[in-house]
Write a protein that binds this ligand. Structure first.
Ligand code: ADP
Ligand code: MG
Length: 322
């Protein structure tokens, strides 16, 4: 039997994530009441996933719950912020208890492990869309910004690149990844926000961003905002076994450089902070790999193993590009 809007909220969205001490009032009233710890800045970010645009119809609701929160937490990670709370605006075509229960489960799993509490939201009927706003804390003046990179800075990325894009090709039936299928689909559907890396490395970096639209596009944002350029070495780019196999057999760097949905961090480190950065990176729960340097000349130069620039690749995905 379909649930009413109020039953649905009470049953599936009133106890997601840990009960935090800084939440005075959560789901159920006209507003949530929240306490930002004294002396800290509040970092806020919002992202929407729309069916048919960000995920294909019929996507597993458990995975969707995880991913909708993961892409938002990734923005907090990119600022070096510690996650605290989130709100959820859910537009559903129908009240389907099995779907909602599964979605709620996916959401709750990541909320619990990341320590974020769902404190409110809105529920409406319409084409399936999920909007989440996350709130986190940073030390004042310490957030990682896109505008801080300087010529000579070293460029690092977390994890591996290209898995999200190749995972989407598998999902759409355009690529048979053989033994790598499951790993690629896992990366597409259950990205890991690099929260520990962002918080831990923040004190030693000059700039940073999360890679949601591909390395060229997102490093491009750092370059534009910082008024600099970059040189990256293709052979240094960290690749999973699936992407090693792909680039070896096709020579195609597009998923790695211009694919989306990786949710890794790209960070810049001034030469004088490198020693500190290397020590901090040892305590991070994922690989942290140097891929190039920031330069004065605008634009991103990507150099192949033979020392020659790679053929130009069109960066990223723009919803409103012609
Ligand atoms: P109002 O009409 O005052 O906006 P709503 O009926 O939209 O109130 O919501 C009632 C309560 O349920 C509010 O506390 C709101 O934050 C919460 N809520 C509504 N939808 C969701 C949701 N999808 N997830 C979490 N909380 C929700
Ligand atoms: Mg409302």
């Amino acid at each position: 039997m379909p649930l009413s809007e109020f039953d649905l909220i009470r049953q599936w969205f009133s106890a997601i994530g840990p009960r935090r001490a800084d939440v005075a009032l959560a789901v159920g009233d006209d507003c949530a009441l929240l306490r930002v710890p004294a002396g800290r800045e509040l970092a806020i970010s919002i992202d929407t996933l729309v069916e048919g645009v960000h995920f294909v119809a019929g996507t597993d609701p458990v995975a969707l719950g995880h991913k909708a929160l993961a892409v938002n937490l990734s923005d907090l990670a990119a600022m070096g912020a510690e996650p605290a709370w989130f709100t959820l605006a859910l537009t559903l075509p129908r009240s389907d208890p099995a779907w909602i229960a599964a979605f709620s489960r996916g959401l709750a799993g990541l909320a619990e492990s990341a320590g974020v509490q769902l404190v409110g939201g809105d529920t409406t009927r319409g084409p399936l869309a999920i909007t989440i706003q996350v709130h986190g804390f940073v030390e004042p003046g310490r957030a990682i910004r896109r505008s801080g990179a300087r010529p000579g800075d070293h460029i690092f990325v977390t994890g591996t690149l290209g898995d999200g894009a190749l995972g989407l090709a598998v999902e759409l039936g355009r690529y048979d990844a053989g033994p790598h299928r499951a790993a690629l689909l896992e990366r597409l559907h259950r990205p890991t926000p690099r929260l520990a890396a962002g918080c831990r490395l923040a004190p030693a970096v000059s700039g940073g961003i999360d890679i949601s639209d591909g390395l060229l596009a997102d490093l491009g944002h750092i370059c534009t905002e910082s008024g600099v350029g970059a040189r990256i070495l293709a052979e240094r780019l960290p690749l999973s076994p699936a992407l090693q196999a792909w680039t070896r057999t096709t020579g195609d760097w597009r998923p790695v450089l211009a694919g989306g949905d990786d949710y890794e961090l790209c960070l810049t480190v001034p030469p004088e902070r490198m020693a500190e950065f290397r020590i901090l990176a040892q305590g991070v729960d994922c690989p942290v790999t140097e891929i190039g340097r920031i330069e004065e000349a605008p634009g991103i130069r990507c150099i192949g193993a033979d020392g020659a620039p790679l053929a130009p690749i069109k960066p990223g995905f723009d919803h409103f590009a012609a």
